[in-house]
Design a protein around this ligand. Structure first.
Ligand code: CMP
Length: 215
């Protein structure tokens, strides 16, 4: 008797779980509930109908597979894995950017630790890279004045955002650690993935606010 009730109740529990899933805002929780509900539907198809409904089973399994694949993508996008120590440090500084977005940013980034002093951008010249200085000494030269640039700091963000020539010359000393993104590739990535643009915009805004406060 109890076995019979739970057999027939399967479809109702499965339906209730999928209804509950629709009330969840978190995509992973929503999809995990849908997976649970789908598994119960499959069980129902095997134990209740007198004739096995293969068409229904087939499409429910397809549904389950697609959902599991999308769930794996979401978990991957939220998991910081395969990051070097420097990348972990950079990711910690880029708090507004998810691990998946950060990996996309890293794919087009080049790390540098120069052996001698380097000029990153020159006042009045086009800005073709955006830089993020993680460590070491950097100097901003503007209109004959010079000031030390604290790290971490973006460089070239004004030219990148406003599409104007560099407003200052920035040099880094030997041994500094910085990351460079080609401006064109960064703009293309932002256009493809608007969430990266949102995250980066907020980082650049914070960085510029800190520079204004220090000026
Ligand atoms: N007053 C300032 N303080 C700190 N950094 C600056 C200052 N002015 C310009 N910069 C940096 O120097 C860079 C020169 O290129 P951008 O104008 O693109 O972006 C600029 C900033 O990253």
């Amino acid at each position: 008797m109890i076995l019979e009730i739970s057999r027939l109740g399967l479809i109702h529990v499965a339906a209730l779980i999928s209804v509950a899933a629709l009330t969840c805002r978190d995509q992973i929780v929503l999809r995990a509930l849908l997976v649970a509900s789908t598994l119960l539907y499959i069980l129902y198809y095997f134990v209740v109908p007198a004739v096995l409904l293969w068409d229904a089973v087939f499409w429910t399994v397809v549904n389950l597979g697609v959902n599991l694949f999308m769930m794996a993508q979401l978990v991957l996008a939220r998991t910081p894995f395969r990051l070097s120590d420097d990348e972990r440090r950079l990711h910690a500084a880029f708090g507004a950017v998810s691990p998946g977005e950060f990996r996309a940013l890293m794919k087009i980034a080049v790390w540098h630790r120069p052996q001698a002093a380097e000029t990153l951008v020159r006042e009045g010249a086009p800005v073709d890279h955006v830089y993020y200085i993680l460590g070491g000494e950097a100097l901003v030269l503007k209109g004959g004045r010079s000031l030390a640039l604290p790290s971490p700091s973006f460089v070239g963000e004004i030219g990148f955002l406003r599409r104007v020539p560099a407003t200052a010359t920035v040099t880094v000393e030997a041994g500094a650690l910085y990351v460079a993104w080609p401006a064109a590739a960064l703009a293309a990535l932002q256009a493809r993935r608007p969430s990266i643009k949102t995250g980066l915009d907020s980082l650049l805004a914070c960085d510029m606010a800190a520079k204004i406060a220090a000026a």
